[in-house]
Design a protein around this ligand. Structure first.
Ligand code: S3P
Length: 169
């Protein structure tokens, strides 16, 4: 069984994924962490030195690699992963997927204090951040909504969310 958690930046994919995997006693993997380990570079450095097009190419390659592993995993993917190439098709056909749906306000609050390592938003001022998120999310939501299940994450703690996911498995 492969469980994929997807959603916008700062929707809690990695934190929720590691608690969920722990509860299910299967391995947790994070696509960004896997890319960093394989490339021996941080995501921010890959964007800076090699560019976003290169990042999207290897992101798709490593996603395929992880979905082809012969073991059960909980996998959290990057905010953009479902929106490029055939990634969402691969996720749909090879996993049970969950869209962790956070509101613009929640994402805005979380990203304000947590955007320096995220190259797409690192240089956006606080005054423009909310508008950026709203537009960007609007472009991406059609991909996210292809997930098998949607979990609303606003105002819930990690354990409530994990239990909700477990009930749907
Ligand atoms: C991205 C999200 C990031 C990371 C990269 C690009 C995106 O992952 O993959 O910075 O396009 O939304 P998180 O969603 O874990 O921040």
């Amino acid at each position: 069984m492969k469980i994929v958690l997807l959603g916008y930046m700062a929707s809690g994919k990695s934190a929720i994924g590691s608690v969920l995997a722990n509860k299910l006693k299967i391995q947790f993997m994070d696509l960004d962490a896997y890319i960093e380990e394989k490339e021996q570079l941080s995501i921010a450095t890959i964007f800076e030195k090699k560019g976003e097009i290169y990042f999207r190419k290897i992101e798709g390659d490593y996603l395929l690699e992880l979905l082809n592993l012969k073991k059960d995993i909980v996998l959290s993917v990057g905010g953009g992963t479902p929106c490029y190439g055939r990634n969402m098709k691969l996720i749909e056909t090879n996993s049970i997927s969950f869209y962790l749906k956070a509101s613009i306000q929640t994402i805005f609050e979380r990203l304000q204090s947590n955007k320096s390592q995220r190259p797409l938003v690192a240089s956006i001022d606080k005054e423009n951040l909310k508008e950026y998120i709203a537009k960007h999310l609007f472009e991406r939501v059609a991909f996210y909504e292809k997930a098998k299940h949607t979990i609303l994450v606003d105002k819930k703690n990690i354990f409530e969310i994990v239990n909700e996911i477990k009930r749907l498995l």
